[in-house]
Design a protein around this ligand. Sequence first.
Ligand SMILES: [Zn+2]
Ligand SMILES: [Zn+2]
Length: 124
Amino acid sequence: MTIRTGSCSCGSVTYRVSGEPKRVGICHCGDCRRESGSAFTFYGVWPQTAFETAGETAAYQGRRFCPACGARMFSLDEGEAEIKLGSLDPAPTGLTPTYELWVKRRESWLAPLAGAQQFVEDRI
Ligand SMILES: [Zn+2]
Ligand SMILES: [Zn+2]
């Protein structure tokens, strides 16, 4: 089984996910823009049972981050672990998004990802 590991910038928080993600997406929504300070987030969703973490995290609206360095890493909700894939150790991750959310908030200079399902707002 594939094991992937990730960590925050300072290394206080680490995590691992086992197996392949249930889905991989990109989100351009206002919340993702603001919390990442970037144009979109790139994330993968695993069952929470496939997710383990070590080290203390803080949370804002369910989005967990390292209180020492501020790196955003994951949210745990409804039995799922949503991982911000930029926090995985290998870059590039080898994971490809199959859908994009909130494309109405996508920057005009950013093209739709070829082959990815497009949602104007949230997933239906
Ligand atoms: Zn840290
Ligand atoms: Zn979002």
